[in-house]
Design a protein around this ligand. Structure first.
Ligand SMILES: Cc1cc2nc3c(=O)[nH]c(=O)nc-3n(C[C@H](O)[C@H](O)[C@H](O)COP(=O)(O)OP(=O)(O)OC[C@H]3O[C@@H](n4cnc5c(N)ncnc54)[C@H](O)[C@@H]3O)c2cc1C
Length: 441
């Protein structure tokens, strides 16, 4: 390493960890970046992978390339299982131990099934690349299975794809599935009646896109209904089996594929780190982003919560916290003072489908963000997401794939093909892939 500054270990190469590592290295620190995957994942576009719009490689970026481009950063692929603040060490699942002078926690969160019966076994989450591929393979697997049924058997059955959770993930997924049903299915599966492929969106609360302005929530609801999505608000899941969703209240919905976007929670291993935890098991940090009770450990992004100021679990807070922490560590190492973290809310957005999105953009001099819907919001969404992707090649790849789908709308080259799996097999394969990073020998 060319840098001579303090050795900082960064756990997690997501939005927070990447920003922190880049800035720390730029300021002369020696950075060891650890992630359980060999790539950074751009989660906001995973739903496009899950619906055959993008290739998995378009939304993931090699962390070895990242380290190669940033002198002062070395990358280690491994899963962290423990830290020891007294000895200042980090332990990996394969037994390796690393020393640190400062530690940055940026390992994000994972899916939360809320302990509901059958959900962990039967619903597909979408937080990693392997899980997005599992969703894609399960959706296309069920379509192929449906198409292979004898016509008389199929006549008595609809195909049900159910998305649980009416936040941005669920809305984007359901919107994309609805477009696949109306545009992709007629071309790819001429033997199927697209009206018999049902897309359901289940939300426990009274609105879609909870944190957004009311007008944007209503627009989203109307657009979903226009796309023939069966939206059920104030509806909670009680249980899921291999072919049904049982709602609280007793109603049963048929389900061939269930995609779970209903909530996130802390990793079990992180709950056992001995650090103070706040809502949702998030690690409590002070206004300087230092972990409560620790002088050399900082936390950023989804895995953290600032006391008295819970920020949304989104990319922008994670990125800004990562950059701020880098500055804090450099200041500490030089004997300087820590600075309070001030979040700059630039706004938020979610897409519904072609030419339809919602965006709230913060503009200087305005106390409330400016709401946008329709094509303008959609164009903003596309521009921001392509800009935020890591790596020029990924940006070009994503632009070509999204652009192609836009231009060739309704043609028979609509989707990127994957493998075909039953939902349970897709889930199993994803789980094996996730653990594979630690089974290299
Ligand atoms: C499907 C989906 C869509 C989303 N859409 C949007 C959107 O449109 N806009 C938006 O602002 N936000 C969106 N979000 C939220 C956003 O992606 C997160 O808020 C953001 O990724 C948080 O960044 P982070 O750095 O805290 O964590 P992450 O980006 O999750 O990164 C955590 C990293 O830590 C690694 N890791 C985890 N555990 C370990 C371990 N034990 N050892 C080593 N490494 C580990 C992971 O592999 C991962 O690379 C979306 C999230 C999802 C899941």
């Amino acid at each position: 390493m060319v840098n001579q500054g303090p050795h900082v270990v960064v756990i997690g190469a997501g939005f927070a960890g990447i920003q922190a590592s880049r800035e720390l290295a730029r300021q002369g620190c020696r950075v060891t970046l650890i992630d359980r995957h060999p790539y950074n994942t751009f989660q906001p576009l995973l739903y496009q992978v899950a619906t055959g719009g993008l290739n998995p490689g378009d939304v993931t970026y090699s962390l070895r390339n990242f380290a190669g481009k940033h002198p002062g950063v070395r990358f280690i692929c491994g899963t962290v299982t423990a830290i020891d603040p007294d000895l200042r060490t980090v332990r990996l699942e394969d037994g390796r131990t690393l020393d640190y002078e400062y530690l940055v926690l940026g390992f994000g969160v994972t899916v939360n099934f809320f302990g509901l019966p059958g959900v962990a076994e039967n619903a597909l989450p979408m937080y990693t690349r392997a899980q997005a591929i599992a969703c894609r393979d399960a959706v296309f697997g069920r379509l192929e299975h449906y198409a292979a049924m004898p016509a008389e058997e199929r006549a008595g059955k609809d195909l049900h794809i159910v998305v649980v959770g009416g936040g941005a993930t669920g809305v984007e997924m359901a919107g994309s599935l609805a477009e696949m049903r109306s545009t992709g299915v007629p071309n790819m599966y001429p033997e199927l009646d697209r009206k018999r492929v049902k897309v359901h969106l289940i939300e426990a609360g009274p609105v879609l896109l909870g944190p957004f302005d009311h007008q944007l929530q209503e627009y989203t609801y109307d657009e979903m209904v226009k796309r023939d999505v069966d939206v059920r608000l104030n509806t909670s899941v009680a249980e899921i089996d291999a072919a049904h969703i049982i709602l609280k209240g007793g109603e049963v919905i048929e389900s061939d594929v269930v995609i779970w976007g209903a909530g996130v929670g802390a990793y079990d291993w992180a709950r056992g780190l001995g650090l103070e935890l706040g809502r949702g098991g998030r690690i409590v940090v002070d206004q300087m982003l230092r972990v409560k009770g620790q002088d050399r450990i900082f936390a950023a992004g989804d895995c953290s919560i600032i006391e008295d100021q819970a920020l949304p679990q989104l990319a922008q807070p994670a990125m800004q916290m990562g950059v701020h922490i880098a500055g804090q560590i450099v200041a500490l190492a030089r004997g300087g003072q820590l600075q309070r973290f001030e979040y700059w809310d630039k706004g938020t957005m979610a897409t519904i489908g072609r030419n339809a999105a919602v965006a709230e953009i913060a503009l200087p001099g305005r106390s409330a963000p400016l709401p946008f819907t329709g094509f303008i919001a959609w164009a903003l969404w596309v521009g921001v997401h392509l800009f935020m992707l890591l790596g020029g090649r990924n940006r070009v790849g994503a632009m070509i794939n999204l652009g192609f789908r836009y231009i060739a709308w309704g043609s028979n080259t609509w989707n990127i093909v994957g493998d075909l799996k039953s939902p349970r097999r897709a889930k199993r394969v994803a789980a094996e892939t996730e653990s594979g990073a630690d089974q290299l020998s």
